[in-house]
Write a protein that binds this ligand. Structure first.
Ligand code: GLC
Length: 453
């Protein structure tokens, strides 16, 4: 038994139905366009980073376009970087001058984004960086640009830190979180990033952030908010957030109990706009990733990094549109779905999702096979099967172990052979919708093997 404290929790019911969200990383780092960690990676000091603040002017910023792109892609919620590690605030915070209002942009950009997404019916999530490389009281540590990749002697670091006061920074965070939860209506998700207590010699964790006070404040102001698990406070979070990998199985706690989780993913490796990055995933792979997340009982938060002029570039738009095209016909296998009951074994190159309310199984075929897909051990459970994209019936036989012929494999008793068209339907990932029998229902569409000859 762990001595974990117990904390009240937010509302994850909608989250587990909606499954698909948009992450937005947007800040000053969109100007150098070389990763949102650029201050760390290139050890850029405050005075040299200031140029981006002075010139930040997103003249083509139109959050209605972003919101429409997200909605058309099938996304149901979004999470935007209100403040990233660079410390720059997209909103008009009264606790800092380092904010959009004081750049050539000259206004509260966060508010416009929230209004636009809300108008499209998406739920609202805010990312708030615990790390802050601009705040004068944030002690410099192993990740901080000032240590120049830890090349600064420890004594010098200590000397600088003697004039910094994390208690003041904790207060700053509480004030800002209060502001975000007070001035922008109902917030559905708060996404804190991140803790690194293990990083030597001076990583930061829950005591540095004052995580308990943060949680208390949130639960007081907006108790339903979903909080991520990066505050380093066991038992206090609502979701687990694997990053840049897709878990092989559903995620569980240390006692093996399933947890609510959301994988966050990028189209190209970086979160902020990165002009020269070439590792863009294919649209098909992006769609497969979404399916995989839901098939393991999770959500996917797919990231876009808008340009410094304020639009989403064509590479990202192209992938968002591919999601939309696929979701138009297949969202039924994503929304309200989760992993299939354990008894259903996934066929080769396929992923299942399952809707417990309708009792339908969705078989996503990642690699189109020749003539048939074999569903292992499904026995007498199938009532009807159709291709989801056009609702056309797929005939099937359940193997009984009788001898094969030169045209039919003997197969394993209980496996079902589902006949497929030779040509893969014209969709990125075809899906079979399998209506399972309830009780003694009679199956239709089933043909004996010899009738198919
Ligand atoms: C990280 C990175 C970051 C990104 C985030 C998204 O831990 O620090 O730049 O915002 O993950 O999950």
């Amino acid at each position: 038994m762990s001595a974990e404290k117990s904390f009240p929790h937010g509302d994850t019911a909608w989250f587990q139905r909606d499954r698909f969200g948009m992450f937005i990383h947007w800040g000053l780092y969109s100007m150098p366009a070389r990763h949102e960690w650029i201050r760390n990676k290139e050890a850029i000091q405050d005075e040299d980073y200031q140029i981006y603040f002075e010139l930040f002017d997103p003249d083509m910023f139109n959050p209605k376009e972003w919101a429409k792109a997200a909605k058309d892609a099938g996304m149901k919620y979004f999470v935007i970087t209100a403040k990233h590690h660079e410390g720059f605030c997209l909103w008009d915070s009264k606790y800092t001058d380092y904010k959009a209002t004081n750049t050539p942009a000259g206004r509260d950009l966060l508010k416009e984004v929230i209004d636009a997404f809300r108008a499209e019916g998406l739920k609202v999530g805010l990312y708030y960086s615990l790390i802050d490389w601009h705040h004068p009281d944030f002690t410099i540590d192993t990740l901080h640009p000032m240590t120049r990749h830890n090349s600064m002697p420890v004594e010098e670091r200590q000397k600088i830190n003697a004039s910094r006061d994390m208690a003041k920074y904790r207060k700053y965070m509480l004030d800002q979180i209060e502001e975000l939860l007070t001035n922008y209506g109902k917030i559905d998700i708060l996404w804190f990033d991140f803790s690194y207590p293990q990083a030597k010699p001076d990583g930061k964790g829950k005591d540095d952030w004052g995580s308990e006070d943060i949680i208390k404040l949130i639960r007081k102001l907006q108790p339903h908010v979903i909080i991520d698990n990066r505050l380093d406070l066991p038992g206090a979070s609502d979701i687990v957030t694997p990053e840049q990998y897709t878990p092989k199985r559903g995620m569980t706690d240390e006692n093996g109990k399933p947890v609510v989780w959301e994988g966050c993913q990028t189209f190209s490796g970086s979160w902020g706009y990165y002009r020269d990055e070439m590792s863009w995933k294919t649209p098909e792979l992006c769609i497969q990733m979404l399916i995989h997340h839901v098939s393991r009982g999770g959500n996917m938060l797919m990231n876009v990094g808008p340009t410094s002029r304020g639009y989403i570039d064509s590479r990202a738009m192209n992938r968002l549109e591919a999601f939309g095209k696929w979701m138009k016909y297949h969202s039924r296998s994503i929304y309200n779905c989760t992993s299939a009951p354990e008894e259903f074994e996934e066929p080769l190159d396929c992923r299942y999702t399952y809707n417990p309310e309708t009792n339908r199984l969705y078989l996503h075929i990642f690699s189109w096979p020749h003539k048939k897909v074999v569903i292992p051990g499904i026995g007498n459970r199938i009532r009807y099967i159709q291709l989801l994209n056009d609702g056309s019936e797929c005939l099937f036989t359940v193997k009984d172990g009788s001898s094969g012929t030169h045209m039919f494999e003997k197969g394993t008793p209980g496996d079902a052979d589902v006949l497929l068209p030779d040509l893969k339907p014209d969709v990125a990932v075809p899906v079979l919708e399998i209506f399972l029998k309830q009780g003694n229902e009679r199956g239709t569409g089933k043909k004996e093997e010899n009738q198919l000859v």
